[in-house]
Design a protein around this ligand. Structure first.
Ligand code: GRF
Length: 201
């Protein structure tokens, strides 16, 4: 199954996914395209180093979010992408994109949804003094960070954690959880039933 990863920044999740693929852990899933809105994204270098094709599309010059997404979707179609993996892609997808790849877009969020939605999941959990936060992988729907949840994992916030140490803990968990979710998708083991996702054995 051809997979595209969309990333705007560091790309450590992209790296974890490519490494998992290299170890044969994506059940035949193949990352064939890395897409970014940011030409400076380190994620692009990571992709190139692994020989994964890249597609950079800056947001300037597009009339609307939908026009931008049409260009992305076209590049995904050309590569016969069947799974779209968002990994730190800092743009909200248009309803057009979500419809085109209905139930085939997944995202990773650095908190236990539905807590701490939005762009500051780690910081908000930390500042709110919660003792346990975590990571969520979910399907993408038109409502931000609210699609059916595929997998979650907890991360404890210790008294001596600061933002940096917490971020490090979260990323470590992400790098295990995301490849697992992708593998389950590729194996056809995820069934969406309303708000819930059933993980088949
Ligand atoms: C991750 O924390 C992910 O949960 C969030 O964006 C971050 C991306 O990190 N959606 P990276 O670019 O994969 O290192």
């Amino acid at each position: 199954m051809n997979i595209a990863v969309l990333a705007s920044g560091n790309g450590s999740n992209l790296q974890a996914l490519m490494d998992a693929e290299g170890r044969g852990e994506l059940a035949g899933g193949k990352i064939v395209l890395a897409v970014s809105d940011n030409p400076e994204a380190y994620a692009l270098k990571r992709a190139r180093d692994k020989g994964v094709e890249t597609f950079v599309l800056e947001k300037t010059g597009f009339k609307s979010r939908e026009e931008y997404d049409k260009a992305i979707v076209q590049s995904l179609r050309e590569k016969k992408i069947e799974l779209v993996v968002l990994a730190g892609f800092m743009r909200v997808l248009s309803p057009y994109f979500v419809d085109e790849y209905r139930d085939r877009i997944i995202n990773i969020h650095p908190a236990l949804l539905p807590s701490f939605r939005g762009a500051y999941g780690i910081k908000e959990a930390y500042e709110n003094g919660v003792k346990v936060t975590g990571v969520t992988v979910h399907f993408v729907t038109k409502q931000l960070d609210a699609g059916p949840i595929i997998l979650q994992a907890e991360v404890e916030i210790a008294e001596d954690d600061d933002m940096d140490s917490l971020e490090e803990k979260i990323h470590k968990v992400e790098h295990k959880l995301y490849p697992e979710a992708v593998r389950l998708f590729v194996q056809g083991k995820l069934r969406i039933e309303g708000k819930k996702v059933k993980v088949m054995k």
